[in-house]
Design a protein around this ligand. Structure first.
Ligand code: DGL
Length: 272
């Protein structure tokens, strides 16, 4: 395996850029090939079989780019596809759920953890299952927040409508007095301040993106797969692919990254 090969990162669309951003921050020398499945987003409301089929196609595509490891930067795809796909390929592959669950299990004091995510992520029960493996006495309260993704994609990060919807979604978690809340969807870190205002300062908000990048670095180090290249030029270091309109993706990526990305290439993912 070529240690200077890129890392493959994929998501249902733009949201996984919050995870890619964290990998770029923690491993600034690594190359990344990012695929956003913008034609088939959202994944959050789809069945396990569909997500598994989509994820397999994307993994096959990333393999054509000779990636040395893959990060499923999507909570829903991590919940529905990671386990199966990790048995089918021989390069390291990680998702965002286990790293996020680990931080939350370590962070809670009262043993009550809230998880917010897409319908699929919450329905899968995977956060609960993994949290219970860390400590079976933990009490976990899951809540699907399906309107958050479209609000984030509409740029309504600081908006009274988003505030009101968040208030309704988070009401029960507040009542239950969770002391730790996992932002179990790629988009939610972008409305962190809204969630923070509603939940209060005493709550620990866990963004799995950070810990996912930490886990990835550990795995690459352990397998001697960290790059030896230095001084890469950002525009050549990162390649972006999408299955639909590249411009919308580019705008969103540029709004959350500290540099401008090259125009993503559109591909037909159904061919893989
Ligand atoms: N990326 C998805 C996730 O983290 C959210 C968007 C979608 O529903 O596809 O679950």
């Amino acid at each position: 395996m070529d240690r200077n090969a890129p890392i493959g990162v994929f998501d249902s669309g733009v949201g996984g850029m919050t995870v890619a951003r964290e990998i770029m921050r923690q491993m600034p020398e690594e190359k990344i090939v990012y695929f956003g499945d913008t034609a088939r987003v959202p994944y959050g409301s789809k069945s396990k079989n569909t997500i598994l089929k989509y994820s397999r196609q994307i993994v096959r595509f990333l393999m054509t780019k000779n990636v040395k490891a893959i990060v499923i930067a999507c909570n829903t795809a991590s919940a529905f596809a990671l386990e199966e796909i990790s048995k089918e390929i021989d390069i390291p592959i990680i998702g965002v759920i286990k790293p996020g669950a680990k931080v939350a299990a370590d962070a809670t004091h009262n043993g009550k953890i809230g998880v917010i995510g897409t319908e699929g992520t919450i329905r899968s029960g995977l956060y609960t299952k993994i949290l219970k493996q860390f400590d079976e006495n933990l009490e976990i309260i899951g809540k699907a927040c399906p309107l958050f993704c479209p609000l984030v994609e509409e740029g309504m990060w600081h908006d009274s409508v988003t505030d009101e919807i968040a208030r309704r979604y988070l009401e029960q978690l507040k009542k239950e007095e969770v002391d730790t809340l996992i932002l179990g969807c790629t988009h939610y870190p972008l409305i962190r301040s809204t969630i923070r205002n509603i939940m209060g300062e005493g709550i620990q908000l866990v963004n799995p993106a950070y810990e996912t990048a930490v886990s990835l670095r550990r795995i690459l180090e352990w397998k001697d797969l960290t790059t030896e290249e230095h001084g890469n030029v950002k525009s050549q270091q990162y390649d972006f692919y999408v299955s639909d309109d590249p411009e919308k993706f580019q705008q969103f990526a540029n709004s959350i990254l500290p540099f401008e990305i090259n125009k993503p290439q559109q591909i037909n993912i159904e061919e893989f």
